[in-house]
Design a protein around this ligand. Structure first.
Ligand code: FE2
Ligand code: FE2
Length: 319
């Protein structure tokens, strides 16, 4: 069955009084679109230059490290494709002219991120299958029931995790190509977070209690899938010298900062958006105990390894 056709053309986009009333906010969001253009980079050219300088990805890399890097980059690559599709959906669904422009700019960036990442992953070795848990997470946000859920999943969860992971992989010295390449990704992703910061509060303002609760529930389910996916990648992160506890703390810190910025934009959003809070600290302490799991209590270790086995089995079954 077809849904009700949307009103077309949307005359409010050129209504002078509305445009003037929102001119200030419009300028900030509209700026994101123009920044996309002025900061655009040529992925083919940059990647080509880096391969010429350092040799193909994986040159002189330990085979086990290469294997783990390939696994992680595969997740990030499909994440970029999901980001491309989701931002295209946002560009279509969002009604505000300014936010629509920002989302359109993001589509342009994510397309470049995907093709560069794909070129890298394919050059590193045969592409790996995407694990079932990250697959569920990506499809969950792709099929999000509301625009607010889609924005929270995309801008608050995917983008923040991507920014932190890109920085850590870039700094780790694993691959000289990624060391130069990933800061370009990171700069674009940081800009994308801006759309969520400026637009989610507008949606929250219009929400009833039911939709606010639905949004929080959606966010919580995404966090659970994200954390479960992390369990399946423990050994790979370790092999790549990436500290998951540190990354999880950085991500949640960044998310709390985003929620604070949202509140500065247009008032409280906490009815619809979760922050780390104290329970978040406990979750991080449990999943990534300080000093490593080997130093944790026997009970903690056995629950942790039971969960790891369960999530790995689910990851295979749902792949
Ligand atoms: Fe991206
Ligand atoms: Fe992005």
């Amino acid at each position: 069955m077809f849904s009700k056709p949307r009103e077309f053309p949307p005359y409010e986009l050129i209504d002078k009084t509305i445009v003037e009333q929102t001119a200030h906010k419009t300028r900030k969001l509209e700026r994101l679109y123009h920044l996309t253009q002025s900061h655009a980079w040529d992925g083919k050219e940059l990647f080509g230059q880096l391969v010429e300088k350092h040799g193909p990805p994986g040159t002189n890399m330990d085979p086990e490290v290469r294997e783990s890097l390939s696994k992680l980059m595969t997740v990030l690559m499909w994440g970029e494709l999901a980001a491309w599709n989701i931002s295209a959906d946002l560009a279509l669904e969002i009604d505000d002219m300014d936010a629509k422009m920002a989302a359109t700019g993001q589509v342009f960036d994510e397309a470049r991120h995907f093709y560069v990442m794909r070129d890298y992953v394919l050059a590193l070795g045969p592409a790996k299958q995407l694990g079932g848990l990250p697959k569920r997470l990506l499809t969950k946000v792709l099929d999000a029931p509301t625009l607010a859920c889609k924005l929270v999943g995309m801008q608050l969860l995917f983008e923040t995790n991507a920014v932190v992971m890109f920085r850590r992989i870039g700094e780790s010295g694993i691959c000289p190509i990624l060391e130069v390449l990933l800061p370009y990704f990171e700069r674009d992703e940081s800009r994308h977070v801006g759309l969520g910061v400026m637009y989610v509060p507008r949606l929250v303002k219009k929400m009833g209690r039911r939709e606010a609760l639905l949004t929080r529930k959606f966010q919580l389910e995404c966090i659970a899938l994200l954390a479960a996916s992390g369990f399946t990648l423990h050994e790979d992160f370790k092999r790549l010298g990436m500290n998951q506890r540190q990354m999880a703390s950085r991500v949640t810190h960044m998310q709390d900062e985003i929620v604070r910025q949202m509140a500065d934009e247009q008032g409280d959003v906490l009815g619809a958006v979760l922050t780390k809070g104290r329970w978040g600290e406990h979750v991080i302490d449990f999943v990534h105990p300080e000093g490593g799991i080997a130093e944790a209590s026997p009970f903690h270790q056995s629950v942790h390894s039971g969960l790891t086995r369960t999530f790995k089995a689910l990851d295979r079954a749902w792949a």
